[in-house]
Design a protein around this ligand. Structure first.
Ligand SMILES: Cc1ncc(COP(=O)(O)O)c(C=O)c1O
Length: 648
C-alpha cells in the first residue's frame, strides 16, 4: 500500500497514541506488587500499614515563573515515575522488614573474599532488566555478603548512625540531587548547614567563638564526609598558618626546607587518620606516650616540644582525641590547651565518636580546655543517629581554614560572594551533598531530650556490660568505661584472647573487633544498636562468657594432651634410668648409709617430678589449688613415699 505524506503522518500519530495507551496500561496498579511477589525473604509488605501521611504539596509557584505545559517525560528507561512510586513504597516496606527482622540474620557473613565474582555476570547487561530481578539478586547475592551494622549483636567499631528520619532526609536530598558547592548552587543547602552547625554546636556546649551565627564572630562550622577529612583539613589550615609566618620571617629560605622543620603531635591512641594526614601533608609527626588511662597529658607534650625545639624543629600542631578509637579515653585538654597557647600551636580536638555525647551536660567536663582549641570535630553519623556521611567540624577562625583551601576560578564565582559562604572553600571536594537536611530532620524529630535519652541509655548499657564482665573471674576490664565502649580481655595471654575473638566472630552470632592497649590484645565491645536493651547486653554477655569457657576448656585439653605426652616421655626416661641403675641398687643397699641416702635422693627426685606433673594435669582438669609442698620422704624407713602420698 502506498501512502501520501498526510496519510503517513496520521498513521504515525495514531501509532504514538496507541503506544502511549499501551505503556500507561502496563503501568496501571493492577501490576503485581513487588512485596507480594518478588522480594524474597522479607515476609512481604509490612503488616503495620499506617494511614498515609499528608505531605504538604509544593507551595504555589511564583505566577511570573515561566512553566512548561507538560511535566518531564514519564520515561520508561530505567524506571518510570509511576514505577518509582510503586517500587519506592515497596522498598520502604522492605527496609522496615529488614530492620525489624535483622536479628534473624548472621551478624557477619559466612563468605570468603571473591565470593561475588562467580555469582555476577562478568559483563554488564546490554538490555534493561526488571526491578524485580535486580531486587531478587540483591537479596540472594548481596545480602549474604553484608555485615549487618544495625544488628543488635553488632558491637564492633563504633555505631553507624541510622534512623528513619535520617533515611527520609537522605531520600529527599537524593531526590533534590543538588551539588551545593556554593551558596548560589543551592542557597537552602548552604543556609541550613550554617544553621545546623550553629544548633548542634550549641547543643554540645561549644564556646560561642566557634558558632557560625555568633554576631561579629569569626568562627564557623561545616559538614565534611569523614573525621579523617576533618583531621586532614585542619592540619592543612595549621600548616598554612605557620608557613605564612615562616615565609615572612625567613623570606630567603626555601619553602621545602621550612616544611621539613615542621612537627605535629598526637598520642599513641590517636586515630590513624592523623598519621595519614601528616603523611599526605608532608610534615613530621611525633606520636606521644599516654598515661595509665591511655590519655595524653600536658607534661608529656611539654617535654616533647622542648626536645624538638632543641633539635631545631618547629612544633606547630597538636591533634588531641576526646574518645579514642581503641578505648574511648580522653586526652587531658585542660593541661594540653595552655601548653598549646604558650607555644602558639594549633590545637585540634577530634571527638569523632564521643562528641555527640556532649549534648548531655554531665559529660561536658571531659572537654574542659576546649577554649584553647582552634578546631573541633565530631561525627553525628557515628553516635547521633545520622546516616553516613555527616562529620561536623568547627573552627575558631574560619578565615584561617579557608585561606588554606581557596582556589577561585571564574566559572565558580557568583554575584552573592560578598554576602554568603561558599562551602567549597572549606574542604577538599567541590561537590557537596545536602547533608544538613538529615541533621535537621533528626534533631527536630527526636528533640534534644530524645537524643540525650539515646546517648544515656547506651552509656548505661555499656556500664552494665562492664559490671557483668567484672563479676566474671574469667575476664578483666582494660579501659575506663565512660561512654558506650567496654574493652576487656580474658585473664590469660594474647593468644587465648585472639582465639576467643576469632571464635566469636566466626560464630556469626556476635561481632566485635580488637585493639591493642598497652601492647596487650583487648576485645572492644561497643553498644551500637539504636534500641539496644538490657536483654541484648545479657545475651551478648552469655555468648562471650560461654565462648570463653570453651576456649578455656579446649586449652586445658590441649595442655593435658601435651602434659600426657611429656609424662609418657618422662616415664620412659625413668624406666631407662632404672634399668641402668638396677645392678647398682642391689649394691647400694649393702654399702654405706651415705651412699644409700644419695641413691634414695636421686630416685625420689625422679618420682617427685612425675608426681608434680600428675598433680599439675589434675589441677588443670579439675581447677585444683596449687600443689601442696612436697614433703621429703627420705626419712621413711621403707624408702620414698609413693607420689600419691607425696601430693596429698
Ligand atoms: C577518634 C576518631 N577519629 C577519626 C576516625 C575516622 O573516622 P572516619 O571514618 O569518619 O574518617 C575515627 C573512627 O572511628 C575515630 O574514632
Amino acid at each position: 500500500m502506498v501512502y501520501g505524506l498526510g496519510e503517513a503522518l496520521k498513521n504515525l500519530n495514531s501509532y504514538c497514541q496507541e503506544r502511549t495507551t499501551r505503556i500507561r496500561n502496563s503501568l496501571s496498579p493492577s501490576r503485581p506488587s513487588m512485596s507480594e511477589t518478588t522480594i524474597p525473604g522479607t515476609g512481604g509488605s509490612s503488616s503495620s500499614s499506617r494511614a498515609s501521611t499528608t505531605i504538604p504539596s509544593t507551595p504555589n509557584m511564583d505566577p511570573t515563573t515561566p512553566t512548561v505545559d507538560d511535566p518531564a517525560p514519564n520515561t520508561n528507561n530505567g524506571m518510570s515515575r509511576d514505577e518509582f512510586r510503586q517500587y519506592g513504597k515497596e522498598t520502604v516496606d522492605y527496609i522496615v522488614d529488614y530492620l525489624e527482622n535483622i536479628q534473624k540474620r548472621r551478624v557477619v557473613p559466612a563468605i570468603e573474599p571473591g565470593y561475588l565474582k562467580d555469582l555476577i555476570p562478568s559483563e554488564a547487561p546490554n538490555a534493561p532488566e526488571s526491578f524485580e530481578s535486580v531486587m531478587e539478586d540483591f537479596e540472594k547475592l548481596i545480602m549474604p555478603g553484608i555485615t549487618h551494622w544495625q544488628h543488635p549483636r553488632f558491637h564492633a567499631y563504633f555505631p553507624a548512625g541510622n534512623s528513619f528520619p535520617s533515611i527520609i532526609a537522605d531520600m529527599l536530598s537524593d531526590a533534590i540531587g543538588c551539588v551545593g558547592f556554593s551558596w548560589a548552587a543551592c542557597p537552602a543547602m548552604t543556609e541550613l548547614e550554617l544553621i545546623m552547625l550553629d544548633w548542634f554546636g550549641k547543643m554540645i556546649g561549644l564556646p560561642a567563638e566557634f558558632l557560625p551565627l555568633t554576631e561579629n564572630g569569626k568562627g564557623g562550622g561545616v559538614i565534611q564526609s569523614s573525621a579523617s577529612e576533618c583531621n586532614f583539613v585542619t592540619l592543612l589550615a595549621a600548616r598554612f598558618e605557620i608557613m605564612k609566618e615562616l615565609r615572612q620571617r625567613f623570606p630567603f629560605v626555601e619553602e621545602g626546607l621550612l616544611l621539613s622543620k615542621l612537627i605535629a603531635y598526637c598520642s599513641k591512641e590517636a586515630h590513624s587518620s592523623v598519621e595519614k594526614a601528616c603523611m599526605i601533608g608532608m610534615v613530621k609527626l611525633r606520636i606521644l606516650e599516654t598515661d595509665s588511662k591511655f590519655r595524653l597529658r600536658g607534661e608529656t607534650l611539654r617535654n616533647a616540644i622542648q626536645e624538638d625545639r632543641n633539635l631545631g624543629l618547629i612544633p606547630f600542631f597538636v591533634s588531641t582525641t576526646l574518645g579514642t578509637t581503641s578505648c574511648c579515653s580522653f586526652d587531658v585538654l585542660s593541661e594540653i590547651g595552655p601548653i598549646c597557647k604558650e607555644n602558639e600551636l594549633w590545637l585540634h580536638v577530634d571527638a569523632a565518636y564521643s562528641g555527640s555525647a556532649f549534648i548531655c551536660p554531665e559529660f561536658r567536663p571531659l572537654m574542659n580546655g576546649i577554649e584553647y582549641a582552634m578546631s573541633f570535630n565530631t561525627n553525628p553519623n557515628k553516635w547521633l543517629l545520622i546516616n553516613f556521611d555527616c562529620s561536623t567540624m568547627w573552627v575558631r577562625d574560619r578565615f584561617k581554614l579557608t585561606q588554606a583551601l581557596v582556589v577561585d576560578p571564574l566559572y565558580l564565582q557568583h554575584s552573592w560572594m560578598d554576602k554568603s559562604i561558599d562551602y567549597r572553600h572549606w574542604g577538599i571536594p567541590l561537590s557537596r551533598r545536602f547533608r544538613s537536611l538529615k541533621l535537621w530532620f533528626v534533631i527536630r524529630m527526636y528533640g534534644i531530650d530524645g537524643l540525650q535519652k539515646y546517648i544515656r541509655e547506651h552509656v548505661r548499657l555499656a556500664k552494665k556490660m562492664e559490671a557483668m564482665l567484672r563479676g566474671d573471674a574469667k575476664f578483666e576490664i582494660v579501659n575506663e568505661v565512660i561512654m558506650g565502649l567496654v574493652c576487656f580481655r580474658m585473664k590469660g595471654d594474647d593468644e587465648t584472647n585472639q582465639t576467643l575473638l576469632t571464635r566469636l566472630n566466626a560464630s556469626g552470632r556476635i561481632h566485635m573487633v580488637p585493639a591493642s592497649l598497652g601492647d596487650r590484645f583487648v576485645i572492644r565491645f561497643c553498644v551500637c544498636a539504636e534500641n539496644a536493651t538490657d536483654k541484648d547486653i545479657e545475651v551478648a554477655y552469655e555468648i562471650i562468657s560461654q565462648a570463653a569457657q570453651h576456649v578455656l576448656h579446649d586449652s586445658v585439653k590441649a595442655v593435658i594432651a601435651e602434659e600426657d605426652e611429656e609424662a609418657v616421655a618422662l616415664e620412659e626416661m625413668v624406666a631407662d634410668l632404672n634399668i641402668q641403675e638396677t645392678p647398682d641398687k642391689g649394691l647400694a643397699r649393702q654399702n654405706s648409709a651415705d651412699a644409700v641416702g644419695q641413691r634414695l635422693e636421686r630416685q625420689l627426685s625422679k618420682e617427685e617430678i612425675l608426681a608434680q606433673k600428675q598433680h599439675e594435669s589434675l589441677a588443670k582438669k579439675r581447677y585444683l589449688p596449687e600443689p601442696l609442698e612436697l614433703s621429703r620422704a627420705s626419712d621413711t624407713p621403707d624408702g620414698p613415699c609413693s607420689p600419691e602420698i607425696l601430693v596429698s
